[in-house]
Design a protein. Structure first.
Length: 765
């Protein structure tokens, strides 16, 4: 919801004139005037009100602008009726009406007030609000008129963006026609209260963009809107008022939201050092923000090719249109609903909720009551929580087509879409913190997967291991998928299969692989993932020819991506996960070489104050296991930290830890790296193929952080939050102690003590 560029004035003469004859006061009383060339200034000196000409125009307007940036106009009185000379006069009448007169004393503009006052005062506040009030009454609720109730193209801190039913006000933004013409342009950004309220950007009467409904934390279409040190924000929805607002947390910060003449909104922050406005956020942000790009029941995903796919259970209404990338007519159900009973719901996660103009809501229902309410209405097609803060509350129902859905990497919302029973399977029950909930995932039928993979053709095979094989597939709607087909003798048994489905389905992060569904028919067990074209990390860093394609900037991005994903698993996800099998084979790479952590078959969740566990069945991959896990079966978040450290050293060196032995001293890769660092010979560890692309400071810091991660004692290892901060910080780092598995002999001893080599092999490529 971030809007447009400020309007910059170019008349230096005007600016100098303003400075010469500004009023000392911030207000005018009844009978006082402001003539062209005079201004009033708010008490704190932040804003001025007076006459100006925008851009190259010679027309004159009364407006308010930032004193630090005279060209940044935030409010205009006579937008639609400019003066054509400098004879204008702004007066305050004894009744409290602001009146703008031309050279013939004709009224050009006036403030429309519903009541008069005895002793009026018009005051420019330091909030930029221009108010008319009783001179001895400072309560703004008693003001007879205020500019905040009549915004133009700018929203500032403290303003209400929305509806006041009691006062009959509708506060919204309207773009200028151009930088030279501030009269109302083509675009409006307005709160729509038909159905559950949401913000809608229109070009004339055509919807261009939709914010999605407020979900207690943010508008569902703005995943980037989250708590920050610059400004707070919120949404008020009661019987009398519905509005969005924001407030600045630091009085020295100047920020505004502007809708420009191209229909783009921008949140701008003033930078004193450069004396200009800097873009903080903007929207619409990309093609998927275009309203209903994928039509009804379609889902837009910027990470997919093509961008539009039908929701699972739906197919293109006109397949030939979709083949030519014309998605406007959307998708229809593959199987009609049975209103007599038996319908189920399919859960879609991390999405922008559909258009709510044809919705129904209830603030007091819980999610189960919401589901039952939807089932009782044959026209109900989906439901969701109204408020996702806390444990979630409220009910939002949709009827008919689901319009304008898009997929996010994070901070999206869950929606439950109604399906015929054959379209969805209740796969697993997941128990957490003494309560159970049904996990509903897309259930693919075997015919769909057979067709997608050309009957599991060898030409479609991406890889094979102890679990079975992975195949590339293409669904009917054109979406590319990776199918992990478990063999009868798979090392990934029922427990691991359940783990992978449960955990990945409930985890949503840009650096985690995304599961699309599964297929369980007869003896077949298959997991369906997003397809990632650049395979797994081991295919590149351990291959001299292909390793060249991963220059240092890409490798450093991968290191940071894996760190970010692990931090999410350990601290920020709902479940809090220890992965237990982090390795190069389990890091997949997307089109832009972004890292995606995969394979959650061995993962374990922990809650409350738990942070570690133990097992008699040590499984994983030697070379990445921490000493305490490999030898004693003890695992914790610090086990993952150890694996991460190993992975970083492998990424830097291009060498596999397992099997590496230095010819001179039988040191493992970890021992070799630690010895080089102790002797200040860091750079000897680096893969020669990337020497020309190195950033020495980043390389040294990455090696240093990795060595802190692989220290023998888990208590000495940092947590992932510290790792993320250290990788990108400049603070002095502690000296790492000797790593675990210092020599190849210690690795072999650990392998023997844990009962052999149970080495899991990469599932998806």
């Amino acid at each position: 919801m971030e809007s447009c560029l400020p309007i910059l004035l170019h008349s230096l003469c005007f600016v100098s004139l303003v400075l010469q004859i500004s009023y000392a006061s911030d207000s005018i009383s009844a009978g006082q005037n402001i003539t062209d060339g005079q201004t009033i200034v708010s008490a704190g000196g932040n804003f001025q009100l007076g006459f100006f000409s925008p851009g190259n125009s010679k027309n004159r307007y009364v407006g308010i602008w930032y004193k630090i940036s005279a060209g940044t106009v935030v409010w205009i009185a006579n937008q639609e009726n400019p003066l054509n000379d400098s004879s204008g006069v702004l007066k305050l009448t004894p009744q409290g009406v602001l009146t703008l007169l031309n050279h013939t004393d004709g009224i050009v503009w006036f403030s429309n007030v519903s009541r008069s006052t005895q002793n009026p005062l018009a005051q420019l506040l330091d909030s930029v609000n221009f108010v008319v009030r009783e001179a001895n009454d400072n309560d703004l609720d008693d003001a007879i008129w205020q500019s905040f109730d009549h915004p133009c193209n700018s929203l500032l801190a403290g303003m209400k963006f929305g509806i006041d039913r009691a006062k009959g006000l509708d506060r919204y933004l309207t773009s200028w026609k151009s930088v030279d013409d501030p009269s109302p342009g083509d675009f409006t950004y307005k709160l729509d209260s038909s159905g559950y309220p949401q913000l809608i950007l229109r070009n004339g009467s055509v919807v261009q963009f939709r914010s999605g409904p407020w979900n207690g934390l943010r508008f569902s279409g703005f995943p980037q809107l989250k708590p920050n040190p610059v400004y707070s924000f919120g949404f008020v929805f009661n019987q009398n008022e519905i509005y969005y607002y924001f407030n600045i947390l630091n009085s020295s910060v100047r920020q505004m939201l502007v809708l420009n003449d191209n229909g783009i909104s921008q949140r701008l922050t003033w930078v004193d050092r450069t004396h200009d406005w800097r873009l903080y956020a903007s929207g619409p942000t990309d093609e998927c923000d275009t309203y209903a790009l994928c039509g009804g029941n379609g889902n837009c995903n910027m990470a997919s090719s093509p961008k539009c796919v039908c929701l699972t259970g739906f197919v293109p209404k006109y397949p030939s249109d979709w083949e030519s990338m014309d998605w406007l007519n959307g998708c229809v159900r593959r199987m009609e609903l049975n209103c007599q009973g038996g319908d189920k719901f399919l859960k879609f996660t991390n999405v922008k909720l559909p258009d709510t103009r044809l919705s129904w809501f209830n603030k007091s229902m819980n999610l189960q009551e919401c589901k039952q309410t939807c089932l009782r209405n044959c026209s109900c097609t989906a439901y969701s929580n109204l408020d996702i803060s806390g444990r979630g509350s409220g009910c939002l129902l949709w009827f008919g087509e689901l319009m304008d859905i898009r997929q996010f990497d994070e901070n999206g919302q869950d929606i439950y879409v109604r399906m015929a029973a054959s379209e969805v399977g209740k796969i697993l029950a997941f128990s957490r913190q003494s309560h159970s909930e049904d996990l509903e995932l897309p259930l693919f039928d075997i015919i769909t997967i057979v067709n997608a993979t050309n009957n599991f053709s060898d030409n479609n095979k991406l890889g094979e291991g102890g679990f079975g094989a992975v195949y590339k597939g293409v669904l009917e709607n054109g979406q590319e998928i990776a199918v992990k087909r478990l063999s009868e003798n798979s090392r990934q048994g029922p427990v691991e299969f359940k783990n992978e489905v449960v955990y990945i389905a409930k985890l949503q992060h840009r650096n985690l692989v995304k599961i699309l569904g599964c297929c369980i028919e007869q003896d077949e067990k298959m997991l369906i993932y997003e397809f990632l074209p650049n395979r797994s990390l081991d295919c590149l860093i351990f291959n001299q020819e292909e390793g060249v394609s991963l220059d240092w900037p890409k490798r450093f991005t991968i290191i940071n991506g894996v760190a970010s994903g692990l931090l999410y698993l350990h601290r920020d996800s709902r479940l809090r996960i220890i992965h237990r099998d982090l390795k190069a084979e389990n890091i997949l790479l997307d089109m832009e070489m972004n890292a995606k952590i995969s394979d959650f078959g061995l993962a374990r969740s922990f809650g409350g104050n738990e942070s570690e566990g133990s097992t008699k069945r040590v499984v994983g991959t030697f070379g990445y296991m921490s000493p305490e896990y490999a030898i004693n079966g003890l695992y914790s978040v610090k086990s993952d930290v150890f694996s991460f450290g190993v992975l970083v050293l492998e990424i830097v060196s291009g060498k596999r830890n397992r099997g590496f032995t230095h010819p001179d001293n039988r040191l493992s890769l970890l021992g070799h790296a630690w010895t080089l660092s102790r002797d200040q010979k860091f750079m000897e560890l680096v893969d020669p193929s990337i020497a020309s692309t190195l950033n020495p400071l980043e390389v040294l810091r990455s090696i240093h952080v990795a060595l802190l991660c692989v220290q023998n004692d888990p208590h000495d290892r940092p947590e992932m939050l510290s790792v993320v901060m250290m990788l990108n910080g400049e603070s002095t780092l502690p000296h790492p102690k000797q790593p675990g598995f210092f020599s190849e002999d210690s690795v072999s001893e650990a392998s023997s003590s844990s009962g052999g080599k149970h080495q899991k092999i990469r599932p998806t490529r």
